[in-house]
Write a protein that binds this ligand. Structure first.
Ligand code: ATP
Ligand code: MG
Length: 254
């Protein structure tokens, strides 16, 4: 079972009733490293599309949007982030898979498609593609982007912009793209194991200087629809120290 997980393949376990299929798959998933894989479970109750997206998004720590098409995009975006930025490979476990209908099978196929691009970039160059809903106007080459996961609010790492923004797919909701170099790949590889969130970085800040470059003391605007906030130099330095520091202390603990 490790073979298909490692290579992101589709595998089916078949056996008569009570021969140990469920037990085997549970034993297997509990042995997978959470730093390498994101395990998503599907169960009978998640076999309708709406419940499927809701159930999957809950496993990403996200609240699902009401409309199915929104929830679907939301899920795809989470998966893109997970794969593009954190290099986690999805492993979908479906017990009772014979009950899945065609549409749901297509979704599982989508989850597996990411091996085509993200994983093919190995060996890792450190250059990531970042996506924006609108043209990220003030962003210039050489700027530093500190990114977080919308669902978990955990920081994903910090990046130096190395290209101007361009439209990569005008039909996508996230139509703008730019390239950025990951300045701390060791953090991004294990971001999920660190507890650095958009609220903890503000809570641990001394507040001698403002948080944002327009004098704001919080990152509250992120909850009100802003997709990015320009930080003060002092606060940005504080956040980068937290990111770098967490990787260093992890090494010391080992
Ligand atoms: N390797 C094993 N050795 C001994 N008992 C086992 C082993 N694997 C599973 N069992 C036991 O066999 C029973 C059936 O296992 P399990 O539920 O995993 O089978 P299943 O193939 O998923 O069944 P179903 O087709 O009903 O879903 C359980 O009581 C389980 O504890
Ligand atoms: Mg079973």
């Amino acid at each position: 079972m490790e073979y298909p997980a490692e290579r992101q393949l589709f595998a089916i376990i078949m056996g008569d009733c009570g021969t140990g299929k469920t037990t085997t798959s549970r034993r297997f998933t509990s042995a997978l490293s959470p730093e390498k894989y994101k395990i998503l479970y599907l169960s009978d109750s998640k076999l309708m599309p709406r419940h499927f997206y809701k159930g999957m998004l809950e496993q990403f720590g996200c609240e699902s949007k009401f409309y199915r098409s929104d929830a679907k995009r939301q899920l795809h975006r989470e998966i893109e982030f997970m794969h593009g930025v954190h290099r986690l490979r999805p492993v979908v476990v479906e017990d009772e898979a014979h009950l899945l209908d065609r549409e749901m099978l297509e979704e599982v196929r989508f989850l597996l498609n990411f091996k085509m691009d993200a994983l093919a970039r190995w060996p890792y160059s450190g250059i990531e593609k970042m996506h924006f809903a609108r043209r990220p106007n003030p962003v210039r080459i050489g700027d530093i982007l500190i990114c977080y996961g919308v669902g978990t609010t955990k920081l994903l790492g910090y990046f130096e912009v190395v290209s101007d923004p361009y439209i990569w797919d005008s039909t996508s909701r996230w139509s703008w793209e730019l390239e950025a170099k990951n300045l701390c790949p060791e953090y991004s590889e294990s971001w999920v194991t660190f507890d650095i969130t958009t609220s903890s970085i503000v809570a641990s800040y001394d507040h001698v200087h403002p948080v944002t470059n327009v004098g704001g003391k919080t990152l509250g605007a992120l909850q009100y629809g802003w997709d990015r906030i320009q930080l003060s130099d002092e606060f940005a330095r504080h956040v980068i120290e937290l990111i770098e520091g967490s990787v260093t202390s992890k090494k010391v603990n080992k």
